[in-house]
Design a protein around this ligand. Sequence first.
Ligand SMILES: C[S@@+](CC[C@H](N)C(=O)[O-])C[C@H]1O[C@@H](n2cnc3c(N)ncnc32)[C@H](O)[C@@H]1O
Length: 423
Amino acid sequence: MSGSELAVGDEVVVDVGPVAHGGHCIARHEGRVLFVRHTLPGERVRARITEGGAGDRFLRADAVAVEGAAPGRVSAPCPYAGPGRCGGCDFQHADLATQRDLKTAVVREQFARLARLDVDVTVEPVPGDADGLRWRTRTEFAVDADGRPGMRLHRSHAILPVDDCLIAAPPVAAALSGRYAGCSAIDVVAPSVGGAVVVELPLVPGKSVPSVVESVRSARLDREFTVSARGFWQVHPGAASAFVDAALDVLDPRPGETALDLYSGVGVFTAALAQAVGERGRVVAVEADEEASTHAKANLTAYPWTVPVRARVDDFFGVARPKRRGPGPRRAGKPAARHPLAPPSADLVLLDPPRTGAGREVLVAVAALRPRAIAYVACDPAALARDTTYLRELGYELSDLRAFDAFPMTHHVECVAGFATVV
Ligand SMILES: C[S@@+](CC[C@H](N)C(=O)[O-])C[C@H]1O[C@@H](n2cnc3c(N)ncnc32)[C@H](O)[C@@H]1O
């Protein structure tokens, strides 16, 4: 069959090339590019087209039969993993070492392509992770029309009811035995302190979401934090501690310094920075979410030299908001007035933005503070690599890069990067 005739449901045998960002590998058939899931580089597989057709730049496909397996392939430990099934995990068919090799290749490729930098990084396990299973302490499960919890199929709204999830921590997986009539989803949290909490969605108007207590037990910080059961907290129990230590190793804060913690959530990095700079120092923490910001204020009372500010980071600096994505007219938001608590300079800046990254405008404002070091915690290596380009244009060089396997069995990877001024 010629490449231009390929359509959903067709099957072709392909030789699989390198891994690409997003949990799939690249293959070619008669000049067409295929993004194939459930396969590994170097394999020969029968690929079934799942999305795309004539005129599309690429097609998506699932490997439905393996004709030549690569070393590193294993049978998926989870019975719900595989072509056409649960869309939650991408790499159940690879052993952990191979999963980390795939993520290492993705981080290196993103930096080479988007930042034009060769980076010598190797994805590390999060301390305490033994086999990549039973780690996830926060999960949203979809609920079907019969009240059964489950997972959505890959790139679909269809729900596959499941009675276990092998990457979920046991108290999270236990919620799967319940029935949730009338709910569209459940958010399940197994916090560091106390029992599991199940939040039924949609939220009942007027009913408040419970808070939970999470802890960081690391070389740099030993503290508990109150956070909304639906608020942001790292989902791997070892992740927050690992990232705090990695980010502070990059910044190496000194007593008396001024630091900014941007996208600060409930104040995890703020507390670690506050402890390091001491009471002669100052840490300004900027977070947009009202609930997280309220929790940050309470979590940081032990450090009166911290200044939690509820604001969008772009508004805090008085720079334009990013262009609106999606359909409709593209417009940049009108810049707000620079926040009175935005300092004219800072010794250190830590950024931990959402998946979209910080973006150029924010980084220009960060560089204008002339910090001696910047730490950037990133859940998307593509956004980090793009923002690295901006920082290099602004006079900062990548000085450190670590990558963590904080989401085993999935394609996700967390990076902690350091930047310093070019002397
Ligand atoms: C990846 S989380 C990091 C939170 C915190 N650093 C931590 O480790 O717990 C990103 C945080 O940025 C916040 N956020 C998203 N967009 C923002 C913006 N434009 N300005 C400020 N905060 C934002 C989210 O509410 C979230 O708390």
